[in-house]
Design a protein around this ligand. Structure first.
Ligand code: MOS
Length: 700
């Protein structure tokens, strides 16, 4: 028996509430983020955004900027290094004179100090030939078309049965429209990069959710081998999707470093982020539901209209969850998109599900009112046996369990269904519920596991910690697979020099990385078990990847489910809505670390609270950009806005996922929360508000 391995089951099974390994570094400021690396002779960059919404740059006058002290260069489309190709055209910065939207970068000042770079950027004079622009999305917009697919590769339109006939025949119907405004990711750490070239090798510290793809993109853009590029994302201060793809800061910093021959640091100004790091596109949604008097749905239509930019097509898949949530023999789900002169939308936490389930779950609440049926009961009556869209079996589906346990924990009953009848002084009180779902995604990843001669272990994989606790959870997965105490396992993540892996996105990080880590560690354990005598001085190393395991589509429909319950108070004098209590119950497979998982769930729910009550921006039709571009005008919830928030989960066993039995948990918390709060506002006031966010001006 090898001394590395005690006999019997792993002494440290999954599910322990371990603290984040890098928690102390983070709270003491020792952890360094992308903009906190300052190589010797580092220069600083400050970008120049376009001030017109559409047109061409006719001239860039950099004369004054270049006379300022400490300024070393101003890059424009005329002198910037040429880029090769990118599958994301938003990365082709400073390559041509076209301005596709306001805020698009047209120049970059580089100087010895941040202050000098900023002063230089201010003096760059850009002349434009402007063209008419249009940033206003309407349901009848002439540019609307039906895309071939929407995000996630789903077909834009699905029809089952005969919706029109069933809806016309249904004894009880609702036909309602909801809007979700543009939403911004606004991670605490802005998008930042520090880049340098050394003997032809490009190194970039980048604020990214996954540096494997950033490395590939930079290699393609600068015509390099992947081995000639290193992208490090050691600590990342949130992303919520906006750092899920390569962003201009990495490209601009690398260009400026090449142009000047010095390391260059670029942190995007907060007010410029909405234009260049993606946003959740607005959605104009219509939901029609038809049901029998028993509440069983006979017809369901969900139609979503959204925008994209003229740079690339990005279609928020808001109607997709309507295809799998409820029994619906007659169903129509459609998406239409209009390419407008707006910044390019992109991924934001639970893309598709967050806005789509807001509309669907709000409409369901309206149906419950029309039926005079309890909204929890209505959902239970529409529980499908198989996924309606594909007829595949669910790998596991415990929505009903979540609704039951949530109702119990929240104290849903007894509930007077009448709206506007609970008063506390000038406050009106109400409760609301909504369901949540998010698909299980798993993407091929590779990992390396090493056993050292001294009894220590090391796991290497290009996972990213965006605040989730990835290092800690992966150590737990490795320890369980190896059958050793977790503290004997070192975890190395956050560099493209490590084995390539899925980004921290799509709620797919832990499942994808964990599988590769589990596989490498299981192979290492087998190798050690067979080994007799002491290990060689350099130990053993095993590599594994999950290409094979992830190559085929699962025969099962795999989703996390949840139920969110909210209690609100509405101030009849000020119109302010406050969420007194928010309870979420989730079924998301095995929870690998309850401490970090709870923070994922409650973080998502808090973001849903923001979506319901305060977040949202507007496109200024005159100037063509977002009117709310900083945290003073774009409000996100502060601690004082979150009174009591609880996340719970069911113990769910699902053998059809991965060796850990886990589903993703990063996004489902936001799904359903806005609808639960909106439904509670109706219950409090009797007013059905269908345009987010529910700010005091709308409530009064
Ligand atoms: Mo998330 S929007 O997939 O980073």
């Amino acid at each position: 028996m090898n001394p590395h391995f005690p006999a019997g089951p792993p002494p440290y099974p999954l599910g322990a509430p371990l603290v984040r390994r890098e928690g102390r570094e983070k709270v003491t400021g020792a952890a360094r983020y992308a903009a906190e690396h300052t190589p010797p002779d580092c220069a600083y960059a400050w970008p120049v955004p376009a001030t017109v919404a559409r047109g061409r740059v006719t001239a860039v006058d950099t004369t004054e900027a270049l006379t300022l002290p400490g300024v070393c260069a101003v890059l424009t489309h005329e002198n910037a290094p040429r880029l090769a190709t990118a599958d994301d055209p938003t990365l082709l910065v400073l390559q041509e004179d076209r301005v596709p939207h306001r805020g698009w970068y047209v120049a970059l000042a580089v100087a010895d100090s941040l202050e000098a770079a900023r002063a230089a950027a201010d003096t760059v004079r850009v002349s434009y030939a402007t063209e008419e622009h249009d940033v206003e999305l309407t349901t009848g917009h002439p540019r609307l078309y039906e895309p071939e697919t929407v995000n996630g590769g789903y077909p834009a339109t699905r029809e089952r049965g005969d919706f029109d006939a069933a809806f016309a025949d249904a004894p009880v119907t609702v036909d309602v429209r909801y809007t979700v405004p543009p939403l911004h990711n606004h991670p605490m750490e802005p998008h930042a990069a520090t880049a340098w070239w050394s003997d032809g090798h490009l190194t970039v510290h980048d604020a990214s959710q996954g540096s494997t793809k950033v490395c590939e993109d930079l290699a393609a853009l600068f015509k390099l081998e992947k081995s000639e590029v290193t992208v490090v994302s050691e600590h990342v201060g949130g992303g919520f999707g906006s750092k899920g793809t390569t962003r201009p800061q990495a490209v601009l910093a690398a260009m400026a470093a090449r142009h000047t021959g010095r390391p260059v640091k670029l942190a995007l100004p907060r007010r410029e982020m909405p234009a260049v790091v993606g946003h959740r596109a607005p959605t104009l949604q219509r939901v029609r539901l038809g049901a029998g008097r028993d509440g069983v749905l006979t017809a369901l239509a969900h139609e979503s209209v959204t925008h994209t930019s003229t740079v690339t097509e990005f279609v928020e898949q808001a109607a997709v969850p309507g295809r799998m949530m409820y029994t619906s023999p007659n169903s129509r789900t459609t998406h239409r998109v209009a390419p407008l002169d707006v910044p390019t939308p992109s991924w934001m936490r639970a893309p598709g599900e967050a806005p789509g389930m807001y509309a669907l779950e709000s409409a369901l609440d309206e149906l419950a009112v029309a039926l005079d049926l309890d909204p929890v009961e209505l959902r239970m009556r529409n529980e499908p046996d198989t996924e309606p869209d594909s007829d595949r079996a669910f790998s596991s589906r415990h929505l009903v369990g979540c609704l039951r346990e949530g109702a119990e924990r929240f104290g849903w009953q007894p509930r007077d269904p009448r709206p506007g009848v609970r008063r506390e002084g000038r406050l009106l009180l109400g409760t609301g519920v909504a369901s949540a779902t998010y698909p299980v995604l798993i993407v091929a990843s590779a990992a390396e596991a090493h056993a050292a001669a001294d009894g220590g272990f090391r796991v290497r994989i290009n996972a990213t910690d965006i605040g989730t606790g990835a290092r800690t959870t992966l150590a737990q997965v490795a320890a369980a697979a190896l059958g050793v105490p977790e503290e004997r396992v070192g975890v190395e993540i956050g560099s493209s020099d490590l084995p390539p892996a899925m980004l921290a996105g799509g709620s797919a990080g832990t499942g994808s990385w964990g599988w590769a880590v589990h596989k490498a560690c299981t192979a290492l354990r087998a190798r050690l078990r067979d080994h007799v005598g002491p290990l060689p001085s350099d130990g053993f190393t095993v590599t594994a990847d999950t290409r094979q395991e992830t190559s085929e589509r699962s025969p099962y429909s795999r989703h996390s489910f949840g139920a969110t319950f909210a209690e609100v108070q509405v101030d009849t004098v000020t119109g302010e809505v406050r969420v007194r209590r928010l309870t979420g119950v989730y079924a998301a497979g095995r929870i690998l670390n309850p401490r970090t998982a709870r923070s994922q769930f409650t973080g998502g729910m808090t973001m849903g609270l923001g979506m319901a009550l305060m977040e949202g921006s507007s496109l200024d039709p005159a100037f063509g950009d977002f009117a709310e571009r900083d945290l003073a005008s774009y409000h996100v919830p502060a601690c004082a806005d979150v009174l009591r928030i609880e996340a719970h989960w069911l113990d769910e066993e699902d053998p059809h996922l991965n060796p850990m039995g886990s589903k993703g948990i990063g996004e489902i918390g936001i799904v359903g929360t806005a609808a639960a709060i909106g439904n509670a506002v109706w219950h409090a006031t009797g007013a059905r508000l269908r345009d987010l966010p529910l700010t005091p001006d709308k409530v009064l």
